[in-house]
Design a protein around this ligand. Structure first.
Ligand SMILES: Nc1ncnc2c1ncn2[C@@H]1O[C@H](COP(=O)(O)OP(=O)(O)OP(=O)(O)O)[C@@H](O)[C@H]1O
Length: 297
C-alpha cells in the first residue's frame, strides 16, 4: 500500500511547530525517515498511527483517509512505538497471546497458530516461556515487532527501533525488518544513518518539522558525489577550519581528526575529494548546504 502525506502540520500548545506542511509519498518497501532528535519524527509517526491529531493536511493509505477512517487504518496498521514497554513478569508467549486477543483473534487454536508463527518469525520461539524482564534490548525489540505484526498489517511503523542495541542485535533486527519490508510498507524512523543506508530503498530527511530531502539513498549519494572533501587536521586547528569551510562531519580515525567539508569546487588547503556516503548527504542536508531532490517527495 502507498501512503500519501500532504501538507501535514502540527503545532503543540506550547507553540512548538513539530510539523510544518510535510508532504511525502511512501511507497511499498522500506522507507527511512531520518532526522535528529526533535525533528518531528515521533509526532509524524503518532499521527500516521492514528494516536494523535494534526492541525491541517491530509494522509491517504491507498484510498483510505487516515485522518478520518481511523478504525479502518488500525486494521491495516502495525506500530512499534519509541517507548515500547513490556510487562516484566509475563512471558513472551502470554503477552503476545494477550495482544492477539485484543486484536480480535478470539479463536484459541487460531491464536496459538498466529502467536507461534510470530515467535518463530522473530526468532523468539525458543525463549517464549521466559519472562520478558529477562530479555535483552534486542529481544525486546524483536518482541515489539512480533506484537506489531499481529493481524498481518500492510503498513508497519517503527519508531527509533535500534537505539541501544549492540551491533549483533542490530544486524538481527535489520534482517527481520528487511524480511518484512519485502512485501509490506514499512516506515522506519531513526536518527541512525546506517540503519537507513542498510535497509531502505527510499528515504527522507526531516528537521525542525520540514522535509529537507527525499529520494533513493544511492541517487542522493550520487547527487553529492563531487561536493565532499576530506582531510586530517590537528584538533587545535579545527575551529579555524570550521570558520573557513562548511565542515559537515568530524571524526576520529586511529586517534587523528578527519573532517569532511561540503564545497562546490576544490577547497584547496590539502583537501582531497572524498568518497561520499549517506552520512555526508545527511550532515550536509542538516547543515542546510544541500537540497538536491531525487524524485518526488
Ligand atoms: N506533547 C508535546 N508538547 C509540546 N511539545 C512537544 C510535545 N511532543 C513533542 N514536542 C516537541 O515537538 C518537537 C518534535 O518532537 P518529536 O518527538 O516529534 O521529534 P523526534 O524527531 O521524534 O525526536 P526524538 O527522537 O527526540 O523523539 C520537539 O521540539 C519536541 O520537544
Amino acid at each position: 500500500m502507498e501512503l500519501r502525506i500532504r501538507n501535514l502540520s502540527k503545532t503543540y500548545a506550547n507553540g512548538v511547530v513539530a510539523l510544518d506542511k510535510v508532504t511525502l509519498n511512501i511507497p511499498p518497501g522500506m522507507f527511512g525517515l531520518l532526522g535528529p532528535n526533535g525533528a518531528g519524527k515521533s509526532t509524524l509517526m503518532r499521527i500516521l498511527a492514528t494516536l494523535q491529531e494534526c492541525d491541517a493536511g491530509s494522509v491517504f493509505l491507498d484510498d483510505i483517509d487516515v485522518l478520518d477512517e481511523k478504525d479502518e487504518v488500525r486494521r491495516m496498521l502495525g506500530y512499534l512505538p519509541q517507548d515500547f514497554g513490556v510487562y516484566p513478569r509475563v512471558t513472551a508467549y502470554e503477552l503476545l497471546d494477550h495482544f492477539a486477543q485484543l486484536k480480535g483473534i478470539a479463536n484459541r487454536n487460531r491464536r496459538r497458530e498466529v502467536v507461534d508463527g510470530l515467535l518463530q518469525q522473530t526468532n523468539l520461539f525458543e525463549v517464549r516461556h521466559q519472562k520478558l524482564g529477562t530479555f535483552s534490548g534486542g529481544m525486546r525489540q524483536r518482541f515489539g515487532v512480533a506484537q506489531a505484526l499481529i493481524g498481518d498489517p500492510q503498513l508497519i511503523i517503527v519508531d527509533e527501533p535500534t537505539a541501544g542495541l549492540d551491533p549483533q542485535e542490530r544486524v538481527r533486527f535489520h534482517n527481520l525488518l528487511s524480511d518484512i519490508g519485502a512485501d509490506k510498507t514499512v516506515l522506519l524512523s531513526t536518527h541512525i544513518v546506517s540503519d537507513v543506508a542498510d535497509l531502505c530503498a527510499n528515504m527522507a530527511i526531516i528537521n525542525k518539522g520540514h522535509v529537507l530531502l527525499c529520494g533513493e539513498p544511492a541517487r542522493l549519494i550520487e547527487g553529492i558525489e563531487e561536493n565532499i572533501w576530506a582531510r586530517f587536521v590537528d584538533k587545535a586547528d579545527l575551529p579555524l577550519f570550521q570558520k573557513q569551510h562548511t565542515v559537515i562531519s568530524t571524526r576520529l580515525r586511529a586517534g587523528r581528526t578527519l573532517i569532511h567539508v561540503y564545497a562546490e569546487g576544490d577547497p584547496g588547503m590539502g583537501f582531497e575529494e572524498a568518497h561520499a556516503s549517506l552520512e555526508d548527504v545527511y550532515f550536509a542536508t542538516i547543515a542546510g548546504r544541500h537540497n538536491f531532490q531525487a524524485g518526488n517527495c
